[in-house]
Ligand binder design. Sequence first.
Ligand SMILES: [Zn+2]
Length: 264
Amino acid sequence: MPELPDVEVYRQRIDRWAVGGRIQHVHAPEPEILEGVSAQSLGRELDGCRLQRARRHGKFLFLGLDSDQWLVLHFGMTGRLEPFDCAQEAPAHTDFSLELDDGSCVAYVAPRKLGLVTLTDNPDDFIAKRELGVDALGLDQDRFLELAKGRRGSVKCWLMNQQSLAGLGNVYSDEILYRARMHPKTKLSDLNDEALRKLFAARSEVLEISIKADADPRRMPDDFLLPHREADATCPRCDGTISRLKACGRTSYLCPNCQPSNSQ
Ligand SMILES: [Zn+2]
């Protein structure tokens, strides 16, 4: 499922591929992913507009147009962006695509149709309406500690809660906890300031390194959990065995040796 690093990589790519270009045509063959807008009105709003900027908050991508409207994309479980030559056929499972004035096209591809495409005239209002928390990449250590104080529940549930920190999902929460050597079920209220600072530092490292690696698991450092994310794999740090358990209703991977259940 695309999480903050994936969407940040899409933002950087859209910056390279499409920002500065003018939209010639919008194809929206899959109305199921459109929210609060029809394919016709989307075409009316976007045709002829210049893409001026791309902005990300959590797992949402906002593309700013010279009409002061913003196209909003969420990638659901499997969505991604893919460039293609407009003279060629669109990639399979293209739900939505933009044709630009330089002859290039960008497809929004979502084999499982759980993503979202919509319009807003104000991303900040959109973020507030969805009650999204602070972007997990943008915040500083003081704010991180402040947000964690007085919260109940497990550290993994908190990391994944989009209303507190926007952008982290199952995979990158596991990665951060692995780096911080914390068990996913550790109670947030049991973490002192030092442990929270350690968690914050792990968050920074994991997000920065994974974005630099284009959020591609094959390009992650070997001491990341991601390349070893399967039961009975070998932990690259201690040669222990990676195992899985249910935390916050999701299958979590961890090294019980590096992340004992009383870890702080
Ligand atoms: Zn280990």
